[in-house]
Design a protein around this ligand. Structure first.
Ligand code: HEC
Ligand code: HEC
Length: 206
């Protein structure tokens, strides 16, 4: 337990420095055009709010995280029938510009619903008995994401609940394995279906 606590502290210490670079090095003005021409906006929304509950919002998401996912879709490290095709023709410059555009949009924001103590406790405190770190220690306050060195902890607060649920299930089943050192597979492995449903609802409302 000591080692875990220590690593959470050192992450927190870097938070201020880390959060400076949400947009990255791409050009958001060109990215707006490219995201329209490449049809990204049809599904992910002109302002990064998606058109369907299974499709993630990108509004205010870290550009570095979006770029990593696009590279992972391109190489096949992350599987999704549509996105593997959509990412195929993008250059590194295209990815950086499109990501900068979505990252520069007003950050996704949930509408807090009924209190969900089970999910809130897991999010804020984790579960020592299972060696579960609190989600907040990596995903930041209200799940608004953070960057520490070159690791991007994505914005999850305010993300679509159905999408969040599908990703948690994917990590648990091992259908998605692209997190650094398999960290998400480890953290989700011991969560029950009820906990996953509750977490998805709760985090979506942040
Ligand atoms: C026909 C709909 C559709 C189109 C068009 C589309 N996407 Fe997606 N995108 C999706 C879906 C669905 C997912 C969720 C994949 C999953 O469940 O793993 C997704 C996931 C993503 C992700 C991962 C987000 C995350 O939070 O992990 C990125 C990045 C992304 N899309 C970028 C793009 C870009 C850039 C384009 C344009 C080149 C694009 N998408 C076009 C439907 C679409
Ligand atoms: C030790 C750090 C760490 C902890 C603790 C952690 N995560 Fe993550 N999480 C990550 C990283 C890093 C990624 C990005 C993976 C990638 O690059 O594909 C991620 C990705 C995710 C995603 C995918 C987001 C998207 O847009 O597709 C979800 C959902 C998620 N985490 C939920 C959670 C929940 C819920 C908890 C608590 C039960 C949690 N995480 C705990 C580091 C962490």
């Amino acid at each position: 337990m000591f080692a875990l606590t220590a690593s959470v502290k050192s992450l927190a210490a870097e938070d201020n420095v880390g959060n400076l670079q949400r947009i990255g090095n791409g050009n958001p003005v060109i990215g707006k055009e490219k995201s329209r021409e490449n049809r990204c906006q049809e599904c992910h929304g002109e302002d990064g709010h998606s058109s369907d509950a299974k499709i993630p919002n990108h509004a205010g998401q870290f550009a570095g995280y979006l770029i990593k996912q696009l590279n992972n879709f391109q190489t096949g490290a992350r599987h999704h029938e549509i996105m593997n095709i959509m990412a195929e023709g993008l250059s590194q410059e295209d990815m950086a510009d499109i990501a900068a555009y979505f990252a520069s949009q007003k950050i996704m924001q949930g509408e807090a619903g009924a209190d969900k103590p089970l999910a809130r406790d897991l999010f804020m405190k984790g579960d020592q008995a299972r060696g579960l770190l609190p989600c907040v220690s990596c995903h930041g306050e209200n799940g608004k994401g953070r960057r520490v060195d070159n690791v991007f902890y994505p914005v999850i607060g305010g993300q679509r609940a159905i999408y969040l649920r599908s990703q948690l299930v994917n990590w648990k089943l091992g259908n998605r394995k692209n997190s650094p050192d398999g960290v998400m597979n480890k953290f989700v492995a011991s969560l029950t279906d009820d906990e996953i449903n509750a977490l998805a609802e709760y985090i979506s409302g942040l």
